[in-house]
Write a protein of this length. Sequence first.
Length: 100
Amino acid sequence: MHPEEQYARRALKSGAAGYLTKESVPEELKEAVRRVRAGGRYVSATLAEKLAFDLRRGADTPVHELLSDREFQVLRMIASGRTVKQIADEIALSVKTVST
């Protein structure tokens, strides 16, 4: 539903030892579990390539990646067309907080 690299990057920065999508085949899941159990990390080859490419870009980090998880959640909700009031009600924040 959302770009793999967007969520993978956030998960890995938050301390996840690996990242797979729902579309991953069972063999890949088994390999990921083995690697993480052994103390390593795991990402798909496709994701690894995207992350490596992003490292080459360096300072070209998209501004939205600097947002906190909550700020990013609000941004996505705004982009989906929800009003500030709807967002505030849905995630139990004040309208002023969401506006900020």
